[in-house]
Design a protein around this ligand. Structure first.
Ligand code: CP3
Length: 341
């Protein structure tokens, strides 16, 4: 049994003070991140530079004493390792060549390219050796559905309509894409765990746009396969799922996938999370990132509400989505002080 608080809580023990980390904790709200980012050149150059990626991974842990470090990388590394062109243009977000038909699908590699991913595993190993005995290391991947939304559209979209249409019009080819991502994600997460990650999180940022039937097919079933596949290679692997916007599908997701923890966004009713989710899985979340940006009484209320509703069961204190770039550092400090007392 791990001694690190995050691992204890994922083994369903309750901690008087819950372990805390933040999604996107290494990022633009930190001046020290912006400095390294500038030095690295492009965003992908930073992701593939183990020395600098390890440095930015550790920055928020050093500054705030979080209970976990999350590998600095991106979910769109996997399409890159499957042979797609991926770019991050400054101020514009990701750009991929859109994947619109069976011919494009046929051009994908069948397995992820280990050479491309090697620097990421090296980052994991470097971070692991730098962490103290209380701080856990989290690896991650994007869930197949969310990664597919970017691969199909070629960019971020407000409603993920291109991928939803592909899935509705041509479910067979879409399921080929999802299966490739399932296999690639299994290899990628197992690789991170073997390199030293102690927990992995599966980010399904766009799960909430799917109908219940489609949610089962494109979110729950692929995630279930990833969880089982990773645990075949790494028995007992600790896994957190983050099906953002799952709402009423959160319980079927938790039961079917077998994740150890479920990340909830801020729209999820906390009393319901306590009553139906916490008896089965560790709950992670779910402060509204805008409350953290706002600070003051709005932030205090939000922190108190999470603690009142969820801290008498296994809880990982976190945001309901990534920290926003304009968030003042003082607000993060205020949140931590209130959680830790
Ligand atoms: O959490 C962490 O600190 C670890 C690093 C991490 C990044 N991206 C770094 C990043 C993680 C876990 C991610 C996951 C990710 N990437 C998701 C899922 C979680 C979520 O936030 O919804 C998604 C959908 C992506 C894809 C992605 N990457 C987009 C749409 C963008 C552009 C929007 C934006 O925030 O800039 C990115 C870029 C990105 N990934 C940045 C960082 C720090 C900003 C790039 C920069 O420094 O200029």
């Amino acid at each position: 049994m791990g001694i690190k608080p995050l691992l204890r809580v994922l083994a369903r023990e309750r901690e008087a003070v819950p372990p805390v980390w933040m999604m996107r904790q290494a990022g633009r709200y930190l001046p020290e991140y912006r400095a390294v980012r500038e030095k690295a050149g492009g965003f992908l150059d930073l992701c593939f530079n183990p020395k600098l990626a390890a440095e930015v991974t550790l920055q928020p842990v050093c500054r705030f004493g979080f209970d976990a470090a999350i590998l600095f990388s991106d979910i769109l590394i996997v399409p890159l390792a499957l042979g797609r062109k991926v770019e991050f243009l400054a101020g514009e977000g990701p750009k991929l060549e859109p994947l619109t038909d069976a011919a494009a699908l046929a051009s994908l590699r069948e397995t992820i390219d280990g050479k491309i991913l090697a620097p990421v595993y090296e980052t994991v190993a470097r971070v692991k050796s730098a962490l103290d005995s209380k701080t856990a290391l989290i690896g991650f991947c994007g869930a197949p559905w969310t990664v597919a939304t970017y691969m199909v559209a070629g960019e971020a979209t407000p409603d993920q309509a291109p991928a939803r249409l592909f899935a509705l019009r041509d479910p067979e080819n879409f399921s080929t894409l999802i299966d490739l991502l399932v296999q690639g994600s299994i290899e990628y997460l197992a690789g991170q765990l073997k390199a030293g990650a102690e927990v992995v999180q599966i980010f399904d940022t766009w799960a909430g746009v799917l109908s219940p039937e489609q949610f089962d097919r494109w979110c729950i079933q692929p995630t279930e396969k990833i969880v089982a596949g990773v645990r075949r290679q790494v028995p007992g692997a600790k896994i957190i799922g983050f099906p953002r916007g799952a709402g009423a599908m959160a319980l079927p997701y938790a039961i079917a996938t077998g994740v150890d923890g479920i990340g909830l966004d801020w729209t999820f009713l906390r009393s319901l999370a306590h009553d139906i989710l916490q008896p089965r899985v560790t709950v992670q979340g779910n402060v509204d990132p805008l409350a953290l940006l706002a600070g003051g009484a709005a932030l205090d209320r939000e922190v108190d509400d999470v603690m009142a509703a969820l801290s008498n069961g296994p809880l990982i204190f976190n945001l309901g989505h990534g920290i926003l770039p304009d968030t003042p550092i003082a607000h993060v400090e205020r949140m931590l002080k209130r959680v830790r007392g």
